[in-house]
Design a binder for this molecule. Structure first.
Ligand SMILES: *[C@@H]1O[C@H](CO)[C@@H](O)[C@H](O)[C@H]1NC(C)=O
Ligand SMILES: *[C@@H]1O[C@H](CO)[C@@H](O)[C@H](O)[C@H]1NC(C)=O
Ligand SMILES: *[C@@H]1O[C@H](CO)[C@@H](O)[C@H](O)[C@H]1NC(C)=O
Length: 132
């Protein structure tokens, strides 16, 4: 009897912890090849993807490698790229929580390109664009 109660108690604690952590699936980086020329690191809240010194083609390829996977991209960082324009739908279907863009000669951001970013979830949208 005591044992049954103990098991129930353990379940209650587990369920409580799960609720706190929202029981998110452990995130894994796709293979380097899939997201080349970008790189990926696993962080506490999701993946941290860095794309440096590439162009629109490189970004498109990398985003293609990320699509269709149940990934939470906590940070997508674009640095030192030659982009000019963030085209519509480049991030479509991706769960991107924070997007930072530095020195990427970006002059046009099509609104639809950001439609998949933080769409009404409880974390605030972070979109920074600074050209250095
Ligand atoms: C874009 O970068 C790739 C390598 O990442 C290169 O092969 C390609 O020539 C570049 N395209 C342009 C238009 O610069
Ligand atoms: C900005 O990016 C270009 C490549 O597009 C790079 O050559 C240059 O060094 C970068 N500038 C700074 C200040 O990092
Ligand atoms: C974002 O939310 C709008 C309405 O709030 C919806 O029409 C749109 O389909 C959503 N986009 C994604 C990628 O979930």
């Amino acid at each position: 009897m005591a044992r049954v109660r103990m098991v129930r108690w353990a379940w209650a604690v587990l369920a409580g912890l799960c609720a706190l952590a929202t029981c998110e699936v452990q995130q894994h980086c796709p293979s380097r090849l899939e997201i080349a020329p970008c790189t990926c690191q696993v962080k506490k809240n999701g993946l941290d993807i860095l794309c440096e010194s590439t162009n629109q083609t490189g970004i498109n390829d990398a985003m293609g490698g990320l699509k269709g996977k149940p990934l939470v991209i906590f940070y997508l960082k674009l640095r030192h790229n030659n982009l000019r324009k963030l085209t519509a739908f480049v991030f479509l279907g991706l769960d991107i929580r924070h997007l930072t863009i530095h020195n990427s000669s970006l002059s046009v951001v099509e609104e639809a390109s950001l439609s998949s970013i933080d769409n009404g979830t409880n974390t605030p949208r972070h979109f920074r664009n600074s050209n250095r």
